[in-house]
Ligand binder design. Structure first.
Ligand code: ADP
Ligand code: MG
Length: 372
């Protein structure tokens, strides 16, 4: 049996109030595997969603925090006692997050944290859910968010560079829509800042994608060896023949017509390079899920590499997502990491013999009982 790694972010106690159908739930999670079983609509996904919201400040199912508040209530709250990897080795950190129409309430060790981005730095969580295949075939926004979330955690100045870029982009877009028109000279003022910040955003992404590639390919070999993926390619968001400054200059008249900036890292993307001349749309749904799974595990492995500790890993509805063989490969891999793992399913699961001790919970009508 593996020892549970001390280099993993872990949640010990978690308390959830008025979140989805969970009325008032208190759980003591195991450091290794935690398995939640129960029928459809019991509240299993809601448990993982609560953990995800504590780590990201947003759900993987909805962009509206209001959807998460239990019907008939005004506010949800999530509280957890966590061991946050290396940085806080040996110390428990208490994280509390609440949401109502008035906004977020965020507390770390009983002290108010005014800014959500400061709060969500604490608890990295990577979630595989039934919507994850969208990462491969869905809109580019999801793939940008995937990269930028990782950069947010591993690159200290990324957030400020990204904010500079976003501000200059808003200003250039506002200028493009000005009813009085905008001269090239005026546009060039915003473009200078866009180019400076945008080039740095792109450079960060480029470095990260090259590291992601290094994690991705061996993972693919151990989890989904049949998948025809040969690499990962970053798209900058503008023509590769020119620098960003030229691309913006060349795009001015068309941008004026459309009223927004059509080129730049806000339009960047990354795609898997598929073998056999395949296109992403030609992957089967199951293959798409495996590709998304492997990408998310590579994301987790990169976090581990940079921060020193594994994020909390959640897999929603594992049995519905993967066939038996891939499930076994995934569980084997997960058990070797020593990460804290949360898994849901409608039936029980066979864990590999190498897995750390598991804790089982049964979920029914928003109530949760610990079985073992
Ligand atoms: N805001 C809400 N308030 C109360 N119940 C909700 C809310 N949002 C969703 N639900 C209900 O919570 C139940 C549990 O959902 P979910 O966690 O997705 O179940 P499971 O994953 O176990 O199938 C569902 O019946 C769903 O309709
Ligand atoms: Mg579910």
């Amino acid at each position: 049996m593996n020892d549970v790694s001390p280099l993993a972010t872990r949640i010990g106690l978690i308390r959830v109030e008025s979140f989805r159908n969970l009325q008032s739930v208190e759980l003591h999670l195991a450091d290794g595997f935690n398995f939640f079983s129960g029928g459809n609509g019991a509240g299993k996904t809601s448990v993982l969603e609560a953990v995800h919201v504590l780590g990201h400040g947003r759900s993987f199912r909805t962009a509206q925090a209001g959807d998460l508040v239990r019907v008939g209530r005004e506010r949800f709250s999530i509280f957890a006692e966590c061991r946050l990897g290396l940085a806080a080795a040996g110390h428990d950190t208490r994280l509390g997050l609440g949401w109502s129409r008035d906004g977020w309430t965020l507390r770390r060790n009983n002290e108010a944290v005014p800014i959500l981005s400061d709060f969500v730095r604490n608890l990295p969580v990577v979630t595989l859910d039934p919507g994850s295949h969208e990462l491969i075939s869905g809109p580019s926004e999801l793939r940008r968010r995937f990269l930028d979330w990782l950069l947010f955690h591993v690159e200290p100045d990324f957030l400020s560079v990204w904010r500079r870029y976003a501000r200059a982009l808003r200003q250039r877009n506002a200028a493009l829509r000005s009813p009085f028109g905008v001269s090239d000279r005026e546009l060039s003022v915003w473009e200078k800042e866009l180019v400076e910040a945008g080039t740095r955003v792109h450079d960060h992404r480029e470095r990260l994608v090259s590291e992601l590639r290094t994690e991705f390919l061996p993972l693919l070999a151990s989890i989904a060896p049949g998948l025809p993926v040969e690499g990962i390619r970053l798209r900058s968001g503008w023509s590769s023949d020119t620098g960003l400054a030229d691309a913006l200059r060349e795009g001015r008249s068309s941008d004026r017509e459309r009223g927004f900036t059509q080129r730049g890292p806000h339009r960047g993307d990354w795609r898997l390079q598929l073998g056999n001349g395949l296109d992403h749309d030609q992957l089967s749904r199951g293959q798409g899920k495996l590709a998304a799974l492997t990408s998310l595990l590579a994301q987790a492995a990169l976090l581990r590499k940079h921060r020193g500790d594994w994020p909390v890993l959640s897999c929603d509805d594992l049995a519905a997502e993967l066939d038996d063989e891939h499930q076994a490969r995934l569980l084997e891999w997960l058990s070797r990491t020593g990460a804290q793992v949360l898994i849901t399913g409608t039936s029980t699961l066979t864990l590999p013999t190498t897995a750390p001790p598991a804790r089982m919970f049964h979920v029914e009508q928003g109530r949760i009982a610990q079985l073992l």
